[in-house]
Design a protein around this ligand. Structure first.
Ligand code: TA6
Length: 291
């Protein structure tokens, strides 16, 4: 009791209390990185003190709604889903911190989150699975490895995507490389398919485009603080580009006025052709972000 008494008197008690609270509500690696247990949503990634990711000032943190910030995870279905919530249940489930946060041998901050099937997920989608979400944060790079394992007795199909919200200085100055010559599904034009003619994408209106079989790298210019971000991806063959613009922003009450000007969604996904996993099989996809 004496130790507890000492702790109670000292500042250590205060810090321990804060750490416990943060671990319950979310998991703050450091002032550079914040991850919320709800959806294993990476809320913030700061480099040189400036956030690379966007958090809506109206985002909801009730452990029910998806958090409009950072990197929500779409699984087992990207987009509207007749079996359950849009973009699936992964981003509205409470994940488990399996490893970390800790420093690896290279001094990177690392953590591994996981989500396994439960009564609620099976009610919507009657399959057994384990998702593993490994995060590695370096000084100017952030690597995500997403694994999906079929732990059941039946084969299942899924689509998945990292719904990246990147903070930008002004959406009207953003460019995204790597789409020229590709086919894309334009959800603004009743899901018709078109071929992209531009070498660099720009955004000057409501855009919601699913680019098919994209290259393994994109370069996004105009990131918060006049910076350029490179996205490298493995086994995420498609890339979604979205901004609601002024026209569609009123449809999102968890998005503040004019906030559409401060973010672009460039999303690495496996969404056009579903993944088929037989019992015991595992899917692995990687996204590397580098400033
Ligand atoms: O990734 C683009 C998109 O599918 C858009 O169609 C839009 O719905 C956006 O995601 C946001 O979806 P949410 O369910 O997070 O409001």
């Amino acid at each position: 009791m004496a130790v507890f008494g000492y702790l109670k008197e000292s500042r250590i008690y205060f810090y321990v209390l804060i750490a416990v609270l943060l671990m319950y509500v979310g998991c703050t690696f450091s002032q550079k990185v914040q991850v919320h247990f709800h959806g294993a949503t990476v809320l913030s990634w700061k480099v040189a003190g400036k956030d690379v990711l966007f958090q809506s000032r109206e985002a909801i943190y009730d452990n029910q709604a998806p958090i409009r910030a950072g990197i929500p995870i779409a699984f087992p279905h990207f987009g509207q889903w007749e079996a359950g919530p849009t973009h699936g249940f992964a981003r509205t489930s409470r994940w488990t911190l399996e490893e970390g946060p800790q420093k690896d041998s290279n001094g990177n901050a690392t953590a591994v989150y996981s989500l396994v099937d439960n009564e609620e997920t099976r009610r919507l989608w009657n399959h057994k699975f384990k998702l593993t979400y490994a995060l590695v944060f370096g000084d100017t790079a952030f690597k995500i490895t997403l694994k999906v394992k079929n732990t059941g007795e039946s084969t299942f199909n899924f689509t998945t995507l990292l719904h990246n919200y990147f903070r930008v200085d002004d959406i009207r100055s953003v460019t995204v490389s790597g789409m020229q010559g590709l086919e894309y599904i334009d959800k603004v034009r009743i899901n018709n398919t078109f071929t992209e003619s531009r070498e660099l994408l720009t955004v000057g209106e409501f855009v919601d485009s699913v680019y098919i079989n994209t290259p393994s790298s994109h370069v996004i210019k105009g990131i918060n603080g006049g910076r350029t971000l490179r996205m490298d991806k493995e086994n995420f063959p498609d890339t979604v580009v979205w901004n609601p613009w002024e026209t569609m922003s009123p449809n999102f009450p968890d998005l503040g006025n004019e906030e559409y000007l401060s973010f672009v969604c460039v999303e690495a996904g496996h969404v056009v052709t579903p993944v088929t996993l037989m019992p015991g099989e595992e899917f692995t996809a990687v996204q590397m972000l580098t400033l």
